[in-house]
Design a protein around this ligand. Structure first.
Ligand SMILES: C[S@@+](CC[C@H](N)C(=O)[O-])C[C@H]1O[C@@H](n2cnc3c(N)ncnc32)[C@H](O)[C@@H]1O
Length: 454
């Protein structure tokens, strides 16, 4: 293993082998074999720990990067894009970018990987060396924003750096930045936003869900400047609270924010946004910031400012604008996830001959997991990108006075038959979105209940 490798081999290498997407990964000693459907945070085994529950977020990141190169919504006419994984740990995301974004696009990617942790970075380098991408990367390392050659090791198309992410961000300008810390991303936002090019993409993970949902009110107030209510809207509120902080931070740097995809995924929030330098649009940011006000006649409505009587039943301030970009997210289909990230027979054979202990069932589970990464996204793309009502199926009987809830598919079909749009939203909870009014949804639920009892 790692024959001919000139860097230092980290203790415990090669650990145990796994496949995420098409990419062979090595998990440090002490970390359990992942299950194929990990949901919550796995036990953090320390330096170099890989969280298998983040695999779907990494799959979506591969898809978005492939999408931007193919559809050129950020860069024009075959130009390259500078991408930075600020907290790359053992390098799974950057290696997946290098292996799974289609080969013909690879030479347009300029990837820099950074982590402060010596062990994790060594693990990333040796993994990349041992399992190089199939495409030969021809470009050389680019100068930083001051015209200097950046510090770090350039290895087959990836520049590895070991810096405090905030220092690394101040040295260079990128068009795509990924921030995936343990816990809150708050301390990295300012430097990431300042490092972005005039138009750039910022992808942010936040695992401090207690603060984002409001179950820890003091941390929420301190970090996000908002007040939550832990009810059926807590997950949606968490996503909107993080978006609001990014939008307000961006506005301080004369940038406006437009979301691409924003999700609550089990134990973390993940948002991808486009930031564009524009003083005018940045000044208009407040038109998308407001409060979710719960009331008796309707589960909630968004309002710029709740009045005093409403304050107790209001959460915010938060982003009340659209959550996704329709054009981009409608392309995030299960078929596309499989096309980009499903290992071929040859990939699998190669991995097995390198030591992967997988059978047919493992492959089947991995395929299911890939599909799950984007399930419901393309169908919900339209509604999530404009004003919509978000409802939880389990609460419909209470709201409509029926003895049970209709099946999700039947309710969605009935609303569509009536001329509305409706779609299941990607969430572990049975939630859906629609442009029908709350009264219309309730009427439809009551009609369906009446018909089923006949
Ligand atoms: C959640 S992990 C990143 C996981 C990785 N993105 C992935 O998908 O596997 C967070 C990483 O941030 C690194 N880190 C923490 N503070 C840092 C800082 N100030 N600068 C650079 N890296 C930092 C840690 O060493 C750790 O590897």
């Amino acid at each position: 293993m790692a024959d001919g490798y000139h860097g230092e081999i980290p203790a415990g290498w090669p650990g145990s082998m796994w496949l995420e997407g098409k990419t062979i990964i090595h998990m440090p000693k002490g970390q359990e074999r992942p299950s194929h459907m990990p949901r919550g945070p796995a036990k953090n085994t320390g330096s170099g720990f890989l969280n298998p529950a983040m695999a779907p977020a990494r799959t979506r990141s591969v898809m978005l990067l492939a999408d931007v190169l193919e559809n050129e919504w950020l860069i024009k006419e075959g130009k390259s894009i500078r991408v930075f994984d600020a907290l790359c740990s053992t390098g799974v995301r950057i290696r997946r970018w290098r292996n799974e974004v289609p080969g013909e696009l690879q030479n347009r990617l300029r990837i820099t990987a950074n982590d402060i942790d010596d062990f994790a970075l060594k693990w990333a380098k040796v993994s990349h060396y041992d399992h190089p991408p199939s495409v030969i990367i021809e470009h050389s390392v680019e100068s930083d924003r001051y015209g200097k050659t950046p510090d770090g090791v350039f290895e087959n198309g990836i520049l590895f750096q070991q810096l405090d992410a905030r220092v690394a961000l101040s040295d260079a300008s990128y068009q795509w930045i990924d921030i995936d810390p343990f816990g809150s991303p708050v301390s990295f936002l300012d430097s990431a936003i300042q490092s972005l090019a005039r138009t750039g993409v910022l992808e942010v993970t936040a695992t401090d869900t207690a603060a984002l949902t409001g179950s820890s009110l003091s941390s929420q107030k301190r970090r996000y400047g908002s007040k939550g209510i832990v009810d059926l809207y807590a997950h949606d509120d968490a996503v909107r609270t993080l978006l609001s902080l990014i939008a307000t931070t961006a506005a301080r740097h004369d940038k406006s924010m437009s979301p691409i995809l924003a999700l609550f995924d089990g134990h973390h929030v993940r948002v991808s946004v486009i930031l564009t330098t524009s003083k005018e649009k940045a000044s208009d940011m407040h038109s998308n910031i407001g409060w979710r006000v719960r009331s008796d006649d309707i589960p909630y409505r968004f309002k710029k400012h709740p009045d005093e009587k409403e304050l107790e039943r209001s959460s915010g301030p938060m982003w009340i604008g659209p959550l996704w970009n329709h054009e981009i997210t409608q392309r995030m289909t299960e078929e596309r996830a499989i096309e980009l990230c499903q290992p071929s027979k040859e990939d699998l054979e190669k991995a097995k001959s390198a030591g992967l202990d997988w059978d047919d069932a493992d492959l089947e589970y991995a395929t299911r997991e890939l599909r799950r990464s984007v399930r419901h996204i393309s169908k919900a793309a339209d509604l999530m990108s404009r004003e919509h009502l978000l409802l939880n199926l389990d609460y419909l009987p209470k709201w409509s006075g029926t003895s049970g809830a209709p099946k999700m598919d039947i309710l969605i079909e009935s609303l569509i038959e009536k001329g509305y749009c409706a779609a299941r939203a990607p969430d572990l909870e049975p939630v859906f979105v629609t442009d029908a009014s709350f009264e219309e949804v309730i009427k439809t639920v009551q009609e369906l209940s009446l018909n089923s009892s006949k």
